[in-house]
Design a binder for this molecule. Structure first.
Ligand code: 4AD
Ligand code: MG
Length: 476
């Protein structure tokens, strides 16, 4: 790739050998005797400058240079030399006279090509999702996404976690975490004339089937055998709200681990999450060309320096209880749309104020009221709160949510019964996990696109996934 080529050319360049690169023309500037093209193959934010020497003996009309337009796929062969200009270390000198030095593999009509040089809006690019990875921003995001995926894998592996593939199709809508998509079987050979929604008898599964909203419960099953498991998998929520931090299809990093050490409370779980984040993102925010490209392109989402400060910080990130957070909000002197009150859910305006104004960085909020949280979170000794946390970060709001899980069978069963999950027996298997060798355990879930948005300073998480799906939108 061009990236490999450029990183291996710190050694003195041997100008006697020829080099061939393939890629797409990112920009081209034509002069009388020479043209300058920047060619990219997507391997890094940096393209390769090609200096194209015109074959003067040739008729203007026959010149292949005419076909070198933005977006065209080309193969160029020439000599890689140290660049006399600033802005790039090397350039490829290509002589049109040499046979096959310039091969146009795929032409690109500059009149109709949707990806023009001028600034394109996010909305316009979403409409052209099949082509938008050709912009520097989306390409940089995709490489960041890949980079984070690798780093997450090696960190969890170093901590003794097993990567597990939990199901996408589930028999229940898990934890009532938003609205689930339900599956319907369609006979595409004989489409129903009147109604697109099939009757239950047409269903393929004996029970209703859903696209999973979270992998947590299945991971818990595996954690009671392998001790430490995680997954980075797609989740689906029929979120009616089209906010800049909600997608209908998103990826979640989820982990569960058994045998919490004695006295290892929810703060210990927060420290674990923080150690993971510092490990996977810490070095990226200080030294990565894609990161610079992303932050440059999103001037409204804070600044990279403050993120670098967060990751350079010696002390642990701030931790406060929900009760303390509500006190801070009540005393903030800010007119929130929803007045903060103990027992009420924190709204996103509250979350953002805590992270952006009060703490000016990430903040773990722990021990929420039991009534606000799902049945599986461990009840604290006060009988009013649960051993859970949300990690709130500037610009994004909630990035991670997790808890110590309720391992005491009686309390769990009571919670499930209250939530209406006992009747029908759909969660019998989950009760078994506690009945048979249940062990103290904890876990969390982090929205992967939200992580990318935070680390890359990306305005809207629709730009944190190649082909976004959200309320009312599924284009290709
Ligand atoms: O807070 P949530 O709903 O928690 C769970 O589903 C737990 N079962 C996770 C666990 O403990 N294993 O979702 C977890 C995270 C959120 O903090 C958020 O970052 C992300 O998933 N998330 C979304 N990201 C994008 N689009 C959506 N619609 C999201 N809904 C949640
Ligand atoms: Mg949550």
């Amino acid at each position: 790739t061009i990236s490999q080529l450029l990183s291996s050319t710190n050694a003195p360049v041997n100008t006697d050998t020829t080099t061939t690169v393939s890629g797409w023309i990112k920009s081209i500037r034509k002069q009388k005797n020479v043209s300058f093209a920047v060619v990219t193959d997507g391997s890094s934010d940096q393209g390769l400058q090609a200096v194209l020497l015109k074959n003067k003996g040739q008729d203007e009309e026959d010149s292949v240079l005419k076909k070198l337009t933005n977006g065209a796929a080309v193969r160029l062969t020439g000599k890689l030399v140290k660049s006399p200009g600033s802005g790039q270390s090397h350039e490829l000198v290509v002589d049109e006279k040499q046979p096959d030095s310039i091969v146009v593999l795929g032409e690109c009509d500059p009149e109709t090509y949707p990806i023009q040089k001028k600034a394109l809006t996010n909305e316009y690019l979403r409409d052209n999702a099949h082509l938008r990875a050709r912009t520097s921003q989306i390409a940089a995001m995709l490489r960041l996404r890949d980079n984070l995926t690798h780093r997450i894998g090696s960190w969890f592996s170093s901590q003794g976690f097993v990567a597990a593939n939990t199901p996408i199709l589930t028999g229940n809508d898990a934890e009532g975490a938003g609205e689930a998509f339900r599956l319907a079987l369609m006979d595409l050979a004989h489409p129903a004339a009147e109604s697109p929604s099939p009757t239950p008898s047409e269903e393929f599964f004996s029970h209703p089937a859903f696209l999973t909203v979270s992998h947590q419960l299945h991971l818990e099953a595996l954690a009671t055998a392998l001790s430490r498991v995680y997954t980075l998998s797609p989740c689906f929520r029929a979120e009616p709200s089209a906010t800049r931090r909600h997608l209908a299809e998103f990826w979640m990093l989820e982990a569960e681990w058994a045998f919490l050490e004695q006295g290892n409370d929810v703060r210990g779980v927060c420290r674990f999450v923080e150690a993971m984040l510092r490990n996977v993102a810490g070095s990226l925010v200080t030294n990565d060309s894609d990161m610079e490209c992303l932050w440059r392109g999103n001037p409204n989402s804070g600044n990279l320096e403050s993120l670098q400060k967060t990751f350079g910080q010696k002390d642990w990130w701030t931790c406060m209880t929900y009760t303390e957070a509500v006190k801070e909000l009540e005393g903030a002197g800010v007119k929130f749309e929803y007045a903060p009150k103990w027992g009420k859910a924190l709204q996103s305006e509250h979350e953002r104020w805590l992270a952006e104004t009060l703490v000016k960085g990430p903040v773990f909020v722990t021990d929420y009221p039991v009534d606000l949280k799902p049945f599986y979170m461990r009840l604290n000794d006060d009988g009013k709160t649960v051993a859970c946390f949300d990690l709130l970060v500037p610009h994004i709001g909630e990035l991670v949510g997790g808890s110590v899980r309720e391992e005491r069978f009686d309390i769990l069963r009571e919670n499930m019964s209250k939530a209406g999950l006992v009747e029908g027996g759909a969660y019998q298997w989950y009760e078994d996990l506690r009945k048979y060798g249940g062990a103290p355990h904890a876990g969390f879930g982090m929205g992967f696109e939200r992580l990318i948005g935070w680390v890359g300073g990306i305005e809207n998480i629709r730009e944190c996934v190649p082909m976004p799906r959200w309320s009312g939108r599924l284009l290709l």
